[in-house]
Design a protein around this ligand. Sequence first.
Ligand code: ADP
Length: 190
Amino acid sequence: MLNLVLFGPPGAGKGTQSEMLIKTHNLVHLSTGDILRKEITNKTKLGLEAKKLMDQGILVPDNVVIGMIDSQLENNIKSNGFIFDGFPRTKEQALALDKLLLKKNTAISAMISLKVDDQELIKRLLERGEISGRSDDQNEEIISNRISEYNKKTAPLKLFYNNQQKLYEVNGLGTINDITMKVNTVINKL
Ligand code: ADP
């Protein structure tokens, strides 16, 4: 199985690159952000709770997203592999993911981390906010909270995967195709 963690700050291009990779490598895309937004659209209890946090740029509790990933893994048991996008975002989530995959006799193959500077991130997110109407992309204060949550709680995961010799960093600036090519070069060497 090919199990990739696509990593990087909000606006780094994880979702865009995931769309490219699922096609070429026949993988299942698991984005906790997308799953949460689906819950919000369906006005479920979980969605309504999560929205309060997401609209402030704060992470939702670990047990909520871990539970979501657990059930998605169960639902896609025959898959060729997974792209984890926006998950794990904390050490707790990373440890839980390792356990869930071990139960299925598999493991993370690599973390591919997209590097983009803060100024470019803010620009991309504000643009996306205008197009998509996503409430957490429309306000600079919320965006800066998300970047600060990332720096505090999420960025340290690079060390976690580096210690397992699974970290690959890719420059996230350039055209979508350029970046896909660079990501594919990493995957082809795995
Ligand atoms: P982005 O990476 O562009 O910030 P996402 O769609 O991945 O966008 O996430 C949007 C919001 O959803 C986050 O700010 C957070 O509140 C919540 N969220 C998504 N994934 C997780 C996660 N793994 N753990 C905690 N909260 C999450």
